[in-house]
Design a protein around this ligand. Structure first.
Ligand code: 4AD
Ligand code: MG
Length: 434
């Protein structure tokens, strides 16, 4: 147990009328000469502490007046209810202790800083209201993800990050030296999730994944978190059923538990409140029709770009599940649609409000010969996949799953402009600092 000589701002409601000690930092302040208004933050919230000249010992009042942004302080005060305050409470200041007086904090409330500057100061920017709110929503989403799978009979299965081969194509692999061999940072834990499904029936892999993406879009990171359920004896329809129930669960959890944060982010929650299973399901062919109807040039057979995804998803106010893409543009492990041999039994879930793909998944190729052929076709080294092929030799069954990109989901739910704000320390083409 944490020792309790402090009260967290989130707990002030239990201490109305009493004197409390808040340990934190000065977020902001103003003064009318006779009254100092200190915005104090402690990580759980921000509360205003009001210091009145006539009611405080002279040195304390003076100290309160010279505090600078992010100075570390311990304040004492009496808790008062205040409907106008965002926290619902205010402190009447009785004491201030200064731990460090900060000079020249780089991020000011007055000036508007550009994104490059803010990302260079990410280690400090995280203290700002909106960044703080975004990462609290992220934490809620991660918890919701775990709760959903843990309470629905899935076993958590950790996949390795150092892997011998590519899973999602060879063009964006990070290669690392591994003693006398080469290893690759995992692009997806799926193949190991398939091992898990054959051993445990239902599993989920959850961890960081890596792609050497040379693209500078608002959706791409080089290191991102993915959660990947994998289910034995599941077909494409089962995968879509799980995906829509899972997304609905997460969105509702955030709406329930993170109202304050969504308000801080000025997120209009009306579109999120409409998110309920079932989601619309359309085929790739039908999606292409929607792109054509929107007047965009599109060559049949290609993958969708960001404008294409937007043209598709704007027809729906829920996430739309696009299934059966051309086999030729998809990963080697996809199962061929027996009814349309040029198509894969796969699905992408496109979120509304211009977000685009948040989930990719589908049914897996379960036939040994077919998979051997695909591995060769994709120019992948068979030796590195022997273990994977064993799954098709020893008790192969239909199975499938999907991967949700955590940052894309957070970005959608928070209404963030860029995924870089949805992970504590973004890794991108031009960013490895801090
Ligand atoms: O569609 P992807 O590539 O699918 C897979 O990796 C499958 N193995 C998943 C599975 O079936 N188990 O990636 C899945 C999701 C995407 O829909 C997207 O949300 C996210 O991962 N994602 C990225 N997020 C941020 N930055 C990137 N560079 C991303 N690439 C994929
Ligand atoms: Mg994809």
């Amino acid at each position: 147990m944490l020792k309790k000589d402090q009260t967290y701002i989130s707990e002030l409601k239990h201490h109305v009328g009493k004197e409390v000690t808040v340990k934190g930092w000065l977020y902001n302040s103003r003064s009318s000469g006779k009254i100092h208004f200190l915005q104090v933050r402690d990580g759980t919230g921000i509360v205003q502490a009001v210091g009145v000249k006539n009611e405080l010992p002279e040195p304390i009042f003076e100290l309160a007046g010279k505090l600078t942004q992010e100075s570390s302080i311990i304040v004492k005060g009496i808790v008062r209810e205040d409907k106008r305050a965002s926290s619902g409470f205010e402190l009447t200041l009785t004491d201030v202790k200064l731990l460090q007086l900060v000079a020249d904090y780089p991020i000011s409330h007055q000036s508007t800083h550009g994104p490059a500057f803010l990302m260079d100061n990410r280690h400090l920017w995280l203290r700002s209201k909106k960044q703080h709110a975004t990462l609290r929503v992220r934490a809620e989403i991660v918890k919701a993800i775990r709760d959903y799978f843990d309470s629905n009979g899935y076993v958590l299965m950790d996949a390795p990050i150092l892997t011998p081969a590519a899973c999602e194509g060879t063009t964006n692999l990070f290669e690392v030296g591994y003693f006398d061999e080469k290893a690759y940072l995992s692009q997806s834990g799926q193949l190991y999730g398939e091992v898990g499904a054959m051993a445990f029936g239902k599993v989920y892999v959850f961890g960081p994944t890596f792609r050497a993406e040379k693209s500078k879009t608002r959706k791409h990171l080089t290191e991102f978190w993915m959660v990947e359920p994998e289910i034995a004896y599941a077909d494409l329809d089962d995968v879509m059923n799980v995906a829509e129930e899972f997304i609905t669960f997460i969105v509702h959890r955030v709406l329930e538990n993170r109202k304050e944060e969504l308000k801080t982010l000025e997120r209009n929650t009306a579109p999120l409140e409409k998110i309920n299973a079932p989601f619309p399901r359309i085929s790739y062919d039908e999606a292409v029709e929607l792109i054509k109807k929107a007047g965009l040039p599109f060559e049949y057979g290609n993958d969708f770009g960001a404008p294409d995804e937007e043209a598709i998803s704007k027809n729906f106010d829920k996430p739309v599940m696009v299934h059966r893409y051309p086999l030729a543009i998809k990963a080697f492990y996809m199962k061929q649609d027996p009814e349309h041999l040029d198509k894969a039994l796969c699905v992408d879930v496109l979120a509304p409000e211009g977000i685009g793909e948040i989930i990719g998944g589908g049914q897996r190729a379960d036939d040994l010969e077919y998979l051997e052929k695909k591995i060769a076709e994709h120019g992948l080294p068979r030796k590195a996949f022997e273990w994977y092929l064993d799954l098709r030799k020893y008790g192969t069954v239909p199975h499938g799953g999907f991967g949700l990109g955590v940052e894309r989901a957070v970005s959608w739910i928070c209404g963030s402009e860029h995924v870089r704000e949805t992970i504590p320390f973004a890794r991108m083409l031009n960013r490895l600092y801090p």
